[in-house]
Write a new protein. Sequence first.
Length: 437
Amino acid sequence: MSLVPELVLRYFAQSSGELVVGGVPISTVVANYGTPLFVYDSQVLDRKWDLLRNSLPENFDIFYSVKANPHPAILKHFLARGCGLEIASRGEFHLALQAGCPPARVFFAGPGKTEVELEHVLKHGIGEIHIESLVEAKRVGALSRRLGVEARVGIRVNPSGDAQGGAMRMGGKPAPFGVDEENLDVVLDLLSSETSVRVQGIHVFMGTQILDESILVPQYRKGVEIARRVARELGRPLDTVDFGGGLGIPYFENDEELDVAELGKKLHALMVEIESDPLFKGTRFVLEPGRFLVGEAGVYVTRVNDVKTSRGKRFLVLDGGMNHHLAASGNLGQVIKRNFPVWLLNKLDRQPEEKVDVVGPLCTPLDVLARDVELPGAEVGDLVGVFQSGAYARTASPLGFLSHPSPAEVMVSEGKVRLIRKRGTYDDLARDVPADY
């Protein structure tokens, strides 16, 4: 059974079979801004924020993971609610500052940080750099000494043991992410010997797209265990214990929504267990959600440009595809192609009538947004929506592939639609090419 009816009921609305986003019919949005485009509902952002913030203990901070959707409008929205930002590049740091985030409220994670990137963020007083290797530890130490600044760092730990899980494991195995737990002492000793470096935290992130709190909590307990060990060796409490992100949203049939209330209860219980431990006095705990906060707020909207049958197979050919939404095509981490929630946005009240492949306009067999999906009878001009498209969609896609203009983006807030990114033009396709070429 498609997730679409449940998502429409939970986050949006419909009128006469048409999707309504934030009080605005989708036909009105499309009439003003065309297709393909991404539509975001700010009320959904607020609902997800409130759910998480109200479920977490008071000593938890939320740092939005910029990589999920780095649009300035999204960043500003969460910053206004007291969020910090987690970045993974100098470009994301630039976006964070442009959005008004204080540098001290930015954490920098990710393998392969360059010397230029590290020097830049150190000069700007970044809140915390998450060390991913011995080489990076040496690099940060040398840079902080040369610049005459204090580098505030956390060590990202790749844990041993079985506290792992999720759709994409990022720890508990050989990985480019973090320092292997068995090598933690080597990196800790080196950083502790640097007078210009303050080890103020650890970062433990073992998986993403997790829908079961019973998987998350053992990971957090493992993080507490590692933090206690590091604090004991430093002889003082850590400032931060960063549990990373990993909070998932349902994409596919039979996916269950993460029980955030139950997760909150278990985190409250964990905090009670350690509240009398002097090694955690004053420690702040951090979650870095991205997809959880923004994923369900976005819908990718395209138009049916052609309906054709080839050797008994029915195809809906759209005006946008994997160049705008690589994840929906299954080419961003899926081993077996599974369909995102897809439906005809002007026929929400219709029952499925046919099994079709929903494809984009690109000249490649990879450009399939949904395969063998059951939809109402489609006609040229119908609007197709890919739900759960607020995260890892536009900016995680090959926008330059086949040189189609990039899609517009709009934000709907309290019945008002605001253009937050213009549609690309054909002139944009060569904007970085020198004039003499």
